[in-house]
Ligand binder design. Structure first.
Ligand code: PBE
Length: 298
């Protein structure tokens, strides 16, 4: 049976004890078994409210071979620490991971094949507004609608922001990409201080896109306010008209359930970034390639 450990924040001390206790003591019949035992048949997840956690739960439903495995939900920060620790010790680990993300620049990782597409195929990150924004703020809506960039752009900001403040990394990208920015604002009249409320999500990728959109709109005369919330709150805020716009939802899969619930009550302006990916991610030194390579823990 599948088991979940909601909101369990495993301390680092208990993780290392666990790993020590499940060491390679010869009690298992193959190296593979040892690797999965070493992980305690546990996948290291992130925040319970994230879309990728929903997708991971779907994977647990769809893959019979994940029976007896656990999804350990915690936080993105906690996941990153555990990943770093595992890689330093060349120990096995499976995380819920996504790209763009700077961990793919720092570590040699692979996304496990997902033949049942529990995490969807490649996704796009979309721009959305509340109903009526186009009528109320046609110029801001035009800029939002023109916004389009690539994984490499977003990843560059996120990577640089590991060393310098986020706003500075976004500003650097903005300064270096004036040609692209001009394409988004070309022909759009400047505002004289109209207020616009953006909603974003608490991940670095989303901080990057919200920071860039803030710079673009502010430099075009708008007064921008950004609030970062969980995906469910973000969709509610847009559907209820409490927020004006977002550049953050991942579709069709990661936030697909929210789109089903709120899609009729908001305006989807379409993709701003193509080819985002999420899934179960492992260090390249692990000798598995597909979710189907994971043995059930019966
Ligand atoms: N993420 C990053 C988010 C969206 C962007 C994949 C962790 C999620 O809701 O899962």
């Amino acid at each position: 049976m599948k088991k979940f450990t909601p909101l369990k924040l495993v301390s680092l001390a208990s993780v290392s004890l666990l790993i020590a206790a499940c060491g390679t003591d010869g009690s298992t019949d193959s190296e593979d078994t040892t690797m999965f035992e070493q992980m305690d048949y546990t996948i290291t997840g992130i925040e319970p409210g994230s879309g990728i956690t929903e997708s991971a739960r779907r994977a647990f439903d769809e893959y019979d071979n994940l029976s007896g495995w656990e999804l350990q939900e915690s936080s993105t920060g906690g996941m990153m620490v555990e990943l770093q620790q595992a890689i330093e010790n060349e120990e096995p680990i499976i995380i819920t991971g996504w790209q763009p993300h700077h961990i793919f620049e720092i570590y040699d990782l692979k996304i496990l094949e997902d033949p049942k597409q529990a995490f969807g195929a490649a996704e796009n990150i979309h721009t959305m507004t509340r109903i009526g924004l186009e009528e109320d703020m046609p110029d801001a809506t035009a800029i939002l609608d023109n916004f389009a960039w690539e994984i490499e752009d977003m990843q560059q900001i996120v990577l640089e922001a590991q060393e310098i403040p986020f706003e500075e990394a976004a500003q650097n990208w903005y300064d270096d990409n004036q040609d692209l920015v001009n394409e988004w604002t070309d022909g759009v009249p400047e505002s004289d201080g109209q207020e616009i409320d953006l909603v974003s999500m608490p991940w670095d990728t989303e901080r990057a896109s919200a920071s860039v959109m803030t710079l673009v709109l502010e430099n075009h005369g708008f007064d921008v306010n950004v609030t970062s919330v969980d995906p469910s709150i973000l969709f509610q805020a847009l559907a209820q008209g409490e927020a004006d716009a977002t550049v953050t939802p991942w579709l069709p899969t990661t936030h697909g359930a929210f789109m089903e619930e709120y899609g009729d009550d908001l305006v989807d302006l379409g993709p701003n970034l193509p080819g985002a990916v999420s899934g179960f991610v492992v260090p390249a030194y692990m000798d598995i390639d597909s979710i189907e390579d994971l043995p059930a823990n019966d």
